[in-house]
Design a protein around this ligand. Structure first.
Ligand code: SF4
Length: 215
């Protein structure tokens, strides 16, 4: 590992030793649905709707038969609920038809499900089956850019490849959670808290902005 990468991994471990997924679920199916619902909304907002949703439709068989309007009503408080309701019913139907109602354990199979992209597949693989992966969401993209791993607006698949090359495979799952929480708590989108950031000394963004502002 390069010196800076080691420094970043160690500092994040010290700052966020117990970082984990913020979504609530108790089965791989519920994980898949919760992650699908989390696009362009917060995990907190998803956790508000999933208890009632999973109580009514706990597995792929029940969700595949769920009336669309009922699902929409249960998730109405989150962004894009109309589209997401259709997707979770469609992916449940596909799980029943093609996978015996079980969540498949490969990225190739997971991404055949409606609305399931690489990010969702990676989260499910890591959370439910312990498959090492770094799912790139908005926090991971932003932090990776600021730390100088990629250019701004880089393709998430490319960011995933870069990070997975730079950090040991056995650290990917924990590192992924730590970067997300670091993005939520310190390296905010609008106003990063650079003054209290342990990564300041290796941060490309800080170097650039502090030389402009004379910090
Ligand atoms: S120094 Fe600022 S921009 Fe850089 S990683 Fe820390 S909080 Fe983010």
């Amino acid at each position: 590992m390069r010196k800076n990468d080691l420094f970043i991994a160690s500092a994040l471990e010290e700052l966020l030793p117990d970082a984990k997924c913020a979504l609530d679920f108790s089965t791989p199916f519920q994980c898949l649905v919760a992650v699908s619902l989390s696009a362009q909304t917060t995990d907190v907002a998803v956790n508000r709707v999933t208890p009632a949703l999973f109580s009514s439709f706990p597995d792929a068989f029940a969700m595949a038969e769920a009336p669309l309007e009922e699902v929409k009503n249960l998730i109405r408080s989150i962004g894009l609920y109309d589209h997401k309701a259709k997707n979770i019913i469609a992916l449940s139907k596909k799980l029943v038809e093609s996978f015996g109602g079980e969540v498949p354990q490969t990225r190739e199979e997971l991404t055949t499900l409606p609305g399931v992209g690489i990010k969702t597949a990676n989260v499910v693989l890591a959370e439910c089956f312990g498959v090492p992966a770094i799912a790139v969401d908005t926090h991971v993209s932003r932090v990776a850019f600021r730390l100088g791993y990629c250019k701004q607006g880089e393709d998430p698949i490319r960011i995933e490849q870069i990070l997975e090359k730079r950090f040991p495979k056995e650290t990917w799952i924990k590192l992924h959670h730590r970067i997300i929480w670091f993005g939520r708590l310190v390296c905010h989108a609008k106003k990063p808290e650079c003054d209290k950031c342990p990564l300041q000394s290796v941060c490309a963004y800080f170097k650039k902005t502090s030389s402009k502002t004379g910090r």
